[in-house]
Design a protein around this ligand. Structure first.
Ligand code: SAM
Length: 272
C-alpha cells in the first residue's frame, strides 16, 4: 500500500446509509441482475470485494446468494454490518470482514466464489493491476468476475487526480465547499449540454432516473468521485487483454467511451 492520502470512503458510506430505503435496494437488485445477466443467484457464492455500503452484498443476498463481503475501511465494514442488521435475511449467509484485497493471506482464506464482484474498488487500492489479478484469482472455474474500473481519459484523468488531491489536502470543514464548487461547475455544464440538445435542462426531472443508477445518491457519488484516492485509471483494453491471457472470457462490457466514470466488465472464467 502506498503512503498516498486515502479518502475516507467508509464515512461517506455511513452518511449514505441514512438515505437508504427499499426503493434504492430494489434499484441495486435490478442493476446487479442487469450487470450479471442473471435473474437469480440462488445457490451461488457471491464475493463482494470492497463492499462499501454493503448495498450490493445485500442485493446479491436478496437474489439468493450466500455472500462474503470485505472492505479495507472499518467504517465501510460497520456500514455493511448495520445494513445486514437492518435489511439482511437470516436464511442465507452473509459474512463481513475487514481487510484488503491486496492481503494475500486474507484473500486465500476467502476461498473461491461463483461470482466475484468488485465495483469501483480496485482502482482505489494503490496497486490496481495487482488487485485485479488477486480478485480474479478468487473466481471459480465457470464463475463470473465483474469489475468496474475508472476510464482513462488522458489529460482529464490527470486533472481529476489534482482535484482529488486538493480535496484530501484541505481542512475537513472546507471539503463540503470544494465538492459543492466542483460538482456545481459540472452540473452547470450538464445543464448547458442538455439545453443545446433541446432537452429539459433541469436535472430534477431526472430525480427518479438518478435513483435508478445503482440505487446510489447523487451527492454521495460526487463526494466519492471528488475525494476518492488512491486513484488509477485504465483503457478498456488494458483490463480485457491481461484477463483474456489468463483464461477469462469477456461476456459483457459497458464502456463510457471517451467519457468519465467507470467501464464495467463481466468475465467468465474458463474451466481449468
Ligand atoms: C467507490 S467504493 C465502491 C463500493 C461498492 N463496491 C459499490 O459499488 O458501491 C470503494 C470501496 O473500496 C474500498 N477499498 C479501497 N481499497 C481497498 C482495498 N485495498 N481492499 C478492500 N477494499 C478497498 C473502500 O474502502 C470503499 O469502500
Amino acid at each position: 500500500m502506498t503512503k498516498e492520502a486515502r479518502f475516507a470512503f467508509g464515512k461517506n458510506w455511513q452518511a449514505f446509509l441514512a438515505e437508504l430505503d427499499e426503493d434504492r435496494i430494489d434499484q441495486a437488485v435490478i442493476s446487479l441482475q442487469q450487470s450479471l445477466g442473471l435473474e437469480t443467484l440462488d445457490g451461488k457464492r457471491f464475493m463482494d470485494l470492497g463492499c462499501g455500503s454493503g448495498l450490493f452484498s445485500l442485493a446479491a443476498q436478496r437474489l439468493g446468494a450466500d455472500v462474503i463481503s470485505i472492505d479495507y475501511d472499518r467504517f465501510s465494514v460497520a456500514c455493511s454490518e448495520e445494513l445486514r442488521k437492518r435489511f439482511g435475511s437470516k436464511s442465507q449467509q452473509w459474512e463481513i470482514k475487514e481487510g484488503s484485497v491486496l492481503d494475500d493471506v486474507l484473500m486465500q482464506s476467502l476461498g473461491y466464489a461463483d461470482i466475484v464482484y468488485s465495483w469501483g474498488v480496485l482502482h482505489h487500492t494503490g496497486a490496481m493491476n495487482k488487485a485485479i489479478s488477486m480478485a480474479a484469482e478468487r473466481t471459480k472455474p465457470k464463475g463470473l468476475f465483474c469489475l468496474a474500473i475508472y476510464n482513462d481519459q488522458g489529460g482529464a484523468s490527470r486533472r481529476w487526480l489534482q482535484i482529488k488531491k486538493i480535496y484530501n489536502g484541505i481542512p475537513p470543514w472546507f471539503r463540503f465547499f470544494w465538492v459543492l464548487s466542483v460538482a456545481g461547475i459540472y452540473e452547470f455544464k450538464f445543464v448547458l449540454a442538455r439545453l443545446v440538445r433541446f432537452r429539459n435542462p433541469l436535472p430534477f426531472r431526472d430525480w427518479h432516473a438518478k435513483r435508478q443508477d445503482r440505487g446510489m445518491s447523487a451527492w454521495h457519488d460526487w463526494v466519492d468521485w471528488i475525494g476518492g484516492l488512491p486513484f488509477e485509471v485504465a483503457k478498456p483494453e488494458e483490463i480485457v487483454v491481461p484477463l483474456r491471457q489468463r483464461g477469462f472470457v469477456l461476456e459483457n462490457m459497458k464502456t463510457v467511451a471517451n467519457g468519465w466514470g467507470c467501464n464495467e466488465f463481466v468475465f467468465s472464467k474458463a474451466q481449468s
